[in-house]
Design a protein around this ligand. Structure first.
Ligand SMILES: Cc1cc2nc3c(=O)[nH]c(=O)nc-3n(C[C@H](O)[C@H](O)[C@H](O)COP(=O)(O)O)c2cc1C
Length: 180
């Protein structure tokens, strides 16, 4: 199973990136997770949407070829980050590469509600006409990692409770991808 992960934070020590890497390693027997380079995408420009720069074409092809997408989002001012929105905007125009694609959203923040507002907003974006992804249903599947600075341990691993929950949601995501 080939999965592409989009990580909405590009800072070096990003917790969300650390979580994507933990997942890459932990679920390697179930899926191959490739983390997309969304930092290199230029700002979305509608003048270029039908013939975008090659880095955008490559990114869109990666999404199109993937069996499913994992989106690990931080919360920036009650929403997703600009860098993630930019990637989604490119993906939504010209060839709509997210159409019916299975998506698992999750995220980590330093605040109390653990990206709830960002993920709610993300789900809304993923239902837009240019995207129409097949998003894992929220019931029982919302991975909202709050106070993340306390949950990533010194060895770089997530705490056991979070990992156990993540394991259960990944199983549902695998089912979604297989049934797609
Ligand atoms: C521009 C900006 C806005 C933020 N807004 C929120 C917010 O609305 N809610 C929240 O819980 N945390 C917010 N934070 C704190 C982030 O949750 C925290 O910086 C987190 O570590 C970011 O994810 P990262 O570690 O993957 O970079 C914000 C951080 C930044 C830089």
């Amino acid at each position: 199973m080939n999965i592409v992960a989009l990580v909405g934070s590009i800072r070096k020590e990003s917790y969300n990136m650390q979580i994507a890497k933990i997942m890459q390693e932990r679920y390697k027997d179930k899926m191959n997770i490739k983390i997309a380079d969304i930092r290199s995408l230029p700002h979305f420009d509608q003048d270029e949407e039908l013939d975008p720069p090659s880095v955008v074409k490559d990114f869109k092809q990666e999404i199109l070829s993937a069996d499913g997408i994992i989106i690990v989002t931080p919360e920036y001012n009650w929403s997703i980050s600009g860098v993630l929105k930019n990637a989604l905007d490119w993906a939504s125009r010209g060839k709509r590469v997210f159409m019916k694609k299975p998506v698992m959203p999750l995220g980590a923040s330093s605040g109390m509600v653990g990206t709830l507002r960002a993920q709610t907003h993300l789900r809304q974006i993923l239902s837009a006409p240019g995207i129409q992804a097949n998003v894992l249903s929220p019931g029982g599947n919302e991975v909202l990692i709050n106070f993340v600075q306390q949950k990533i341990e010194e060895n770089g691993q997530l705490d056991e409770d979070t990992l156990t929950f993540l394991d259960s949601v990944i199983e549902k995501f695998v089912d979604l991808v297989k049934s797609n």
